[in-house]
Design a protein around this ligand. Structure first.
Ligand code: MN
Length: 238
């Protein structure tokens, strides 16, 4: 196990990566992280590896400047600053998922917020935030590959649970790893439903209060979904 990486959490994070792939939220790219339980200035994230292939031994402990604790650590993700700067800006956030899940992208490009269409997406509250990378960096390769761009993204996220990234994808945050995985899965589901409902007419979204109540209710149900998601993975190579 890597330097200062708790074994049980490394296993949980490896499972989280594979669940995201199993639900087609990530492909060869995208990543999930969790704040270190013993030190809020550290977080755990896989080294540069496809999510479906992440094993507990691939998990690396990083500081909030994006540097690995272990000088011998393998090559990191270019976009680790998405995670580091959100942890720096949001002490309440314990886990982050970044993906390019397909149904969310039209909303990011149209500058239209995701809004909670059904109870499973109550965490969207009054809607997702929007990140325009051009405002921070002009013409770029679209990747959040520096602390500066990570800070701009974290500012756009604000107190929201989800930020859409124009021309790129989205990032969701949670107060725990399982909750962040749940949110990534249901942000994508909500985007599909929002698109199909808009084709029929003006959607009736959950009210702010309905969103809050259903979000609180669903948080209690996440362990049930998690058990199923792990079961679906079948045999593991770790
Ligand atoms: Mn990306």
């Amino acid at each position: 196990m890597g330097l200062n990486v708790p074994e049980d959490l490394a296993r949980e994070l490896a499972l989280a990566n594979r669940i995201l792939y199993d639900h087609q939220i990530v492909d060869g790219l995208g990543h999930a992280s969790v704040r270190h339980p013993d030190d809020p200035q550290l977080f755990l994230l896989s080294a540069n590896r496809a999510p479906a292939l992440v094993r507990p031994q691939d998990i690396v402990c990083y500081r909030l400047d994006g540097s690995a604790l272990d000088p011998e650590a393998p090559r990191p993700y270019l976009e680790r600053f998405i995670h580091s700067e959100i942890y720096r800006a949001r002490p309440d956030v314990q886990a982050v998922v970044h993906s390019h899940s397909m149904s969310v992208i039209p909303f990011a490009c149209a500058g239209q917020a995701l809004r909670p269409l059904f109870h499973m997406a109550g965490f969207l509250g009054e809607g997702s935030a929007h990140f325009e990378i051009r405002d921070a960096g002009g013409d770029t390769d679209m990747l959040v590959s520096s602390p500066y761009l990570g800070q701009a993204l974290a500012r756009s996220l604000g107190q929201h649970s989800c930020v859409l990234m124009r021309g790129h994808g989205s990032t969701v945050v949670g107060t725990g790893l399982r909750q962040a995985i749940y949110r990534a899965i249901y942000a994508e589901a909500n985007a599909k439903l929002q698109l199909s409902t808009q084709a029929l007419g003006e959607p009736q979204y959950l009210s702010t209060r309905e969103a809050q109540l259903s979000s609180d209710m669903n948080d209690g149900q996440i362990p049930r979904s998690w058990d199923l998601w792990v079961q679906r993975l079948g045999a593991l190579d770790f």
